[in-house]
Ligand binder design. Sequence first.
Ligand code: ZN
Length: 182
Amino acid sequence: MTVLRVPTSVLKAARVFFEEQGSFGLEGTAMIAGPDQPRLVIPDQNAVRIRHGVSVELTAKGQFDLATELAGSERFVARIHSHPGEAFHSATDDRNPVITFDGALSIVVPFFGLGLRHGLDACAVYLREEGHWHPLPTGDQRDQWVMTGATSVHESEGGEYAEQPDTSMASARTGDAGAHHG
Ligand SMILES: [Zn+2]
């Protein structure tokens, strides 16, 4: 299997959706279809807040959405969902039947999606192997399976992303210096 390159545009779409859900204190879940032109698929879902936490599950329409979504050679290569706090695979996540083939990936985004502002490195990533989910620590182990990568279509967007933090940090430093002098 070749490494899955998730475009920054896909991660951004996921973050926007998760943050919107998070603004209501709710989790969100989505799928990544691929592997060639990875794209985000957000199925109809029902997120609830329960006494000791939150949960989200697909509606019947959502299950139908997924069953009819894929075109041609596509398949769902990864699940991506948000948690209120830390990113880890819960027992419920382990049992989730939506994607279970060997080589499937599961990405858990911390802090109601806000973690994606720091990219995949801030997320927990799990690999399905021999019927179980195994964590992929950041670094070489994870990079063999999934990386953030701009497709040719989205390269210019990736470039803008790279420049923005530099600009804001530069102005922040200027602000600090000014404050000290004042
Ligand atoms: Zn979960």
